[in-house]
Ligand binder design. Structure first.
Ligand code: SF4
Length: 689
């Protein structure tokens, strides 16, 4: 038996695992001593590996390239030569007929690795000649990236997962650690045991609320008003760090003009929190020696997601909780490599290493390195705007790598309509997902245990993962497939291995220059920025040590704006708020975890809708009964999970299930800047069956 070091392919906690391999099969796992997990794993890390062996519990592994030459007909298995040349010629044809902006591609935040994401965005920018590349950050932490870039200059956690345990106060808002990042949840627990105050702000009484010193059951959709109120109290009670504000921030006057209106008495009806509790939260956070804010989708998936992130960064600056150890702002990324997909520039408006495509010198640098005349100066199409772009005739072909668009995007009816209108759909994946089933070409890829590369965990930590088993079937690594299509389209793209790709990336991105494969060898963990290749530069545990923010002038921007209610509102016909959430045993579209026996056995049947016991009583619905959940966009069947831990007037569904698919109900309602859907607020009703 051999042991192969890898990184967990599920959440972005970055847990290191030893895969136990016998006869080319993963037969067990051991928790390794990675920096973030220190010999611990959650159930997905331990039991989430059966899928590699094609268990067919949920759906079969893809093992052969396939083409559907005519819509409505069956797929035909083909050779790789046929798949590549057919794909390349169809893309060329569409590019010539409709122009370079008519093709869209996605990066993948799942098992593909940073190198594949780098190659995919290069394919868009150098081969297609547009910026039409995006990843699932668009539907999750896009607002964190946009908000933090505006406020402090870097769109990632300012601090580290390991620091969470050492902070004296943790303010958790719109984030369910035990379901999303069990290893982070354990660190929160340990911080609590070491004396930290834990504040949980969430409409649902989530697991972490049970250990909280203060649990604030905030109203769904109140975030901007809530954070403004905390900042109002900090300033009115003179709890701020005035030296930090004077020395390292700007825009205080305009900021204060807004914040001064948000007294706890004035916002009580919006937030649902009594003034005494508001003051207790503000005092606990501001008076702590060190304080950290952690957030998740409950912040981002609202129309004011970016503004809430800016407000949270402002709260941290107001109290001096940045630029030193064990403090900071922490958008905890969901999928294992969504930070990496962003780092690699799989975003429609940012080049690799967070370099601006608006800067002619930066564009010229990339154009020269990639041997093309220019890089487009026009932003591409955000992933969430693809259905509209298709409807308007702008996008004609869609190349999807490792995303199950027909499961995870909002308003699936609109997405299905878009798929019908697309002239050419390519899906590159490891499973026959809902999306792959609708493709014109299926390109089967190796799984994360069958290739090597680098992932980035939520706290900017680069880690290597290694090939554990040989792939079964006629499959190729993601970066190889993309390179072969590029070459067939007349742009020679040849790499011998992932290190060559990584080294090209390092040359082009100053903040990754010092992150060599050698430094990441084995259990190595290097957090960006890391500028120097010398062994002395081991990366950056927390950002802005020198109190200079990565913004023009070096100061952080204090920001506040007025609260706006969510786009949809409840009505007599649709009286409940639907919010999409996670469940701990499954991951993303469930194609991987649903094919693992222990995880699949966690639930006897698909899906549930969590609802409040009083609401259920009023509707005559009992716990475990089958119900319809209905919005103006559709209806799905689900089973009622009735309890008092869910707040009145709201219900919650996980988005992983193919039956009871809650994205049949959600609307797009995109945030203005980050274009993230308002998944956390759709008006629905629940009916007994
Ligand atoms: Fe760690 Fe997350 Fe994997 Fe669980 S799912 S083992 S917390 S990386």
């Amino acid at each position: 038996m051999k042991k192969v070091i890898t990184v967990c392919p599920y959440c972005a906690s970055g847990c290191k695992i030893n895969l136990l391999v016998e006869n080319n099969k993963i037969v067990g796992t051991e928790a390794a001593m990675g920096l973030t997990n220190q010999g611990e794993l959650c159930l997905k890390g331990y039991y989430g590996w059966d899928f590699v062996s094609d268990t067919k519990i949920l759906t079969p592994r893809l093992t052969q390239p396939m083409i559907r030459y005519k819509r409505g007909e069956a797929f035909t298995p083909v050779s790789w030569d046929e798949a590549i040349s057919y794909t390349a010629s169809r893309l060329q044809e569409i590019k010539q007929k409709y122009g370079k902006d008519s093709i869209m591609v996605t990066g993948s935040s799942r098992g593909s690795g940073n190198e594949a994401n780098y190659v995919m965005q290069k394919f868009a920018r150098a081969v297609l000649g547009n910026n039409n590349v995006d990843c699932c950050a668009r539907v999750c932490h896009g607002p964190s990236v946009a908000g933090l870039l505006k406020s402090i200059g870097n769109g990632a956690m300012s601090n580290s997962i390991v620091e969470i345990e050492e902070t004296k106060c943790i303010l958790i808002i719109g984030y369910n650690p035990s379901a999303s990042h069990p290893i982070v949840a354990r660190r929160i627990n340990r911080a609590k045991q070491k004396g930290a105050k834990v504040i949980v702000c969430d409409p649902r009484k989530i697991e972490t609320a049970r250990i909280a010193d203060i649990y604030a059951p905030i109203e769904n959709g109140c975030n901007v008003a809530f954070v403004n109120t905390l900042m109002n109290i900090v300033l009115e009670e003179k709890l701020q760090d005035q030296r930090f504000i004077d020395s390292y921030t700007e825009n205080f006057d305009a900021f204060y003009e807004v914040v001064k209106k948000y007294t706890p008495e004035a916002t009580q009806d919006i937030t649902g929190i009594k003034p005494e509790m508001m003051r207790e939260i503000a005092r606990t956070y501001a008076n702590a020696e060190t304080a950290t804010i952690l957030w998740g989708m409950g912040v981002c998936q609202f129309r004011q997601g970016v503004e809430t992130v800016q407000a949270l960064a402002s709260l941290a600056m107001l109290t001096g909780n940045l630029c030193k150890p064990n403090v900071g702002v922490g958008p905890v990324r969901g999928q294992n490599n969504v930070q990496g997909a962003c780092d690699m520039g799989a975003l429609y408006n940012i080049l690799p290493g967070y370099q601006s495509f608006k800067d002619p010198e930066i564009r010229a640098k990339f154009a020269k390195a990639w041997g093309v005349p220019e890089i487009s100066a026009e932003p591409g199409v955000p992933l969430t705007e693809v259905p509209n772009a298709v409807k308007e005739g702008k996008i004609k072909a869609f190349y999807i790598m490792g995303e199950d668009t027909l499961q995870t995007e909002p308003d699936l009816h609109a997405v299905r309509e878009a798929f019908k209108q697309l002239e050419f759909v390519i899906v590159q994946d490891i499973f026959m997902t809902q999306t792959a089933a609708e493709a014109d070409v299926i390109l089967p890829a190796t799984s994360c245990a069958e290739h090597e590369g680098v992932y980035t965990s939520a706290d900017r930590g680069f880690q290597r993962f290694y090939k554990a088993v040989d792939a079964v079937g006629n499959v190729k690594d993601d970066w190889v497939i993309i390179s072969e299509i590029a070459t067939a389209m007349g742009y020679p793209m040849h790499y011998n291995n992932t290190k060559e790709i990584w080294d090209e990336l390092r040359e082009l991105c100053p903040i990754y220059k010092g992150v060599t494969y050698e430094k990441m060898e084995g259990l190595g963990y290097v957090q960006w920025p890391c500028y120097d290749e010398s062994a002395q530069d081991t990366g950056t545990q927390y950002l802005y040590k020198d109190h200079v923010f990565d913004r023009p002038g070096g100061k952080g921007e204090l920001f506040a704006c007025d609260w706006l209610p969510p786009v949809e509102s409840v009505s007599e016909q649709f009286p409940l708020i639907l919010s999409t959430v996670r469940e701990v045993g499954h991951y993303s579209c469930r194609s991987m975890t649903g094919n693992c026996r222990a995880l699949a056995n966690l639930a006897e049947e698909p899906g549930f809708v969590q609802m409040n016991d009083q609401d259920a009583k009023g509707l005559g619905i009992k716990h475990n009964e089958l119900v319809w959940v209905i919005s103006e966009r559709g209806k799905v069947i689900s089973r009622a999970d009735v309890s008092s831990r869910t707040n009145r007037g709201a219900c919650y569904m996980t988005y992983q299930w193919w039956i009871g698919k809650c994205n049949e109900l959600t609307g797009e309602n995109l945030e203005n800047l980050a274009k993230t859907p308002e998944y956390k607020y759709s008006a629905v009703r629940i009916e007994k069956i």
